[in-house]
Write a protein that binds this ligand. Structure first.
Ligand code: BGC
Length: 387
């Protein structure tokens, strides 16, 4: 064992939780391939998100369960492939200068058979389409699967994003539809660049995807940074949305894994620092200061995202602290929830959410997927075929 700060017991416990995370995710995977967000939580039951699913698939791919990740990507490619005509019609309407209502856009979450579902939701979000492109390319590259297997879905996602990448939409937290969110633009940049680099697109799509990816990054760099709130100014870092002076923990993804910023750059370091300063308490990470959802607790998947950034930047000790904080939040069955209430930003709002939707979502597959990613990044996944 090389980690000075990890005991043998810690290493075994982390390996057990990785095995459990894999079992939770694959045990709940729909036979058609979808990863449900959280099968028992009232507001998420019956739905799969591209954002959650993409990160979950990345964790499963790193765990080397190629079949489960393949089946998730097969599902997305099938669902999106079936919407080729719908996306073509949206593109024609836009090209003709007709108004496309947000309700006509592709959904944020799908039922397991690929439908929109009938429950109302904050449904126009583009980040998941970029995230899926990023995840499917990462998986294909890692395991040598030909990307042509998923091309029917990839082309639809690309066509959709190159047309609508610059529309304001709901963010990762399904809020503020009127804004352009920096982590959404980052996901689009990452997804489009990943497929361009993989060289699977025809020439016209390659040109369009490259143009939109660069434009999304330029927009972030030109108008998506801030030096913080008045009275609390510091080094310039990424902003929650274009023109905002706040941070949001989802911004971390713009460094790792999206690569909008090089991890060693001043802007990247200032962004990670600003998120840690504003939103990290004892290794757990809040979404943003004004968060009132369930009182604004600490999100396990964001602690993993911060740890992932720190691991890539070479700060293994700090990354381990995030991983251990997450592992300590597993319940007796080894389930990881969406958030915990150890430290709440707005405790007065917690009861209203419990009354509305019940207890916090658990297990949340995205939390388990992120745990697998960070454990892998730190070399702590169990070895061997039987694991
Ligand atoms: C979060 C989303 C997430 C969804 C499903 C929502 O509460 O804001 O980011 O995709 O839950 O897990």
């Amino acid at each position: 064992m090389t980690d000075t700060s990890l005991t043998t017991v810690d290493v075994a416990r982390l390996a057990d939780l990785a095995r459990r995370s894999h079992a939770v995710i694959t045990g709940l995977q729909d036979p058609g391939g979808a990863y449900p967000a959280s099968p028992t939580f009232s507001a998420y039951r019956g739905y799969a998100w591209l954002r959650d699913g993409a990160f979950t698939a990345e964790g499963i791919s790193r765990y080397r369960d190629v079949d489960s990740a393949d089946r998730f990507h097969d599902w997305v490619a099938r669902v999106l492939g079936a919407r080729a005509a719908e996306v073509a019609a949206l593109r024609t309407a836009t090209a003709d200068g007709r108004d496309v209502p947000l309700a006509a856009m592709l959904p944020t979450r799908f039922t397991f058979d690929g439908a929109n579902g009938s429950d109302p939701w904050w449904d126009f979000q583009t980040d998941g389409y970029g995230l899926w492109l990023w995840a499917v390319v990462a998986h294909a590259r890692r395991h040598g699967v030909p990307l042509t297997r998923w091309l029917a879905g990839i082309t639809v996602a690309v066509d959709y994003l190159v047309t609508f990448w610059d529309l304001p939409c709901y963010d990762w937290w399904e809020e503020h539809v009127e804004e352009q969110h920096v982590s959404t633009l980052g996901a689009i940049h990452a997804g489009l660049m990943a497929v361009v680099d993989a060289q699977v697109l025809d020439d016209a799509r390659t040109i369009a995807a490259t143009g939109a990816a660069h434009a999304a990054r330029d927009r972030i760099l030109l108008t998506g940074t801030t030096s913080g709130r008045a009275g609390d100014r510091g080094a310039r870092h990424l902003a929650k949305w274009l023109g905002s002076d706040a941070v949001d923990a989802s911004l971390l993804a713009c460094v790792v894994p999206f690569g909008v910023l090089d991890p060693g750059s001043a802007l990247a370091e200032a962004t990670v620092d600003a998120v840690a300063r504003d939103l990290e308490v004892d290794g757990g990470v809040h979404r943003f200061r004004a968060d009132v959802f369930y009182g604004g607790g600490q999100w396990l998947l964001l602690a993993c995202l911060l740890g992932w950034n720190r691991a890539v930047a070479g700060d293994r000790e700090a990354a381990l602290r995030n991983l251990l904080w997450v592992a300590d939040r597993a319940d007796a069955e080894g389930y990881l929830p969406e958030q915990v209430a150890d430290h709440l930003l707005h405790p007065e709002h917690r009861a209203e959410w419990i009354e509305r939707w019940g207890e916090v979502a658990s297990p949340l597959l995205w939390s388990h997927g992120m745990f697998l990613i960070l454990a892998d990044e730190l070399g702590l996944l169990p070895e061997g075929s039987d694991r």
